[in-house]
Design a protein around this ligand. Structure first.
Ligand SMILES: CC(C)(COP(=O)(O)OP(=O)(O)OC[C@H]1O[C@@H](n2cnc3c(N)ncnc32)[C@H](O)[C@@H]1OP(=O)(O)O)[C@@H](O)C(=O)NCCC(=O)NCCS
Length: 155
């Protein structure tokens, strides 16, 4: 999938605000563009009103990016900006991601996240189950190690 430049801007505006700097999880613009150029990545946007179309000039509240390999889809990035959290937008965006995955014939979706991320509560509410742990998998910018948790949901 390719993306219009406006959508890259929308993704980056969320990326720069949503991911805590101490974990070094945010991607830079080049990484996003390269991933979307490969062709097997998808993305979705959400506005403050829950809409997936963001009129120009209106703030983007969140986005996801995912990668499809055969009939499996990996959720690579998922974020809502701090000022729009705890209003159900994460639920809405995740439901939309899962619905699109199901409709396009995926048999399974999976993700990897750092241990202790409260996003686990959201994923569990949608049926994700933990399938593994990679001890000390992530290294933060200040050199700390954090376990990675793998989660999946089969359709
Ligand atoms: C995780 C994230 C996307 C949740 O977005 P959100 O819009 O706040 O999600 P929702 O409002 O739909 O909340 C859904 C539920 O998740 C749980 N939840 C979300 N954030 C939580 C937090 N900080 N602490 C505890 N529970 C939390 C709650 O059960 C919440 O329901 P409730 O508000 O009714 O209690 C958002 O916090 C975020 O962008 N975090 C930074 C980026 C990130 O870590 N992404 C995940 C990468 S794996």
């Amino acid at each position: 999938m390719n993306a219009p430049l406006d959508d890259i801007d929308r993704i980056m505006s969320v990326m720069e605000r949503a991911f805590p700097a101490e974990f070094g999880e945010a991607w830079n613009r080049r990484q996003v563009i390269e991933a979307l150029l490969v062709g097997n990545c998808r993305y979705g946007l959400i506005g403050a009103d829950g809409d997936d179309q963001i009129p120009s000039g209106q703030d983007t509240a969140g986005f996801f990016m995912s990668r499809v390999v055969l009939d499996e889809e990996e959720l690579l990035l998922f974020a809502i900006v701090p000022e729009h959290r705890r209003k159900g937008l994460g639920h809405q965006l995740l439901s939309r991601f899962l619905e699109t995955a199901k409709q396009s014939g995926m048999s399974r979706v999976f993700l990897e996240m750092r241990k202790g991320n409260p996003a686990a509560i959201l994923y569990a509410a949608h049926g994700f189950i933990q399938i593994g742990t990679r001890p000390s998998y992530y290294r933060t910018p200040d050199g700390n190690r954090i376990d990675a948790i793998s989660q999946e949901l089969s359709f």
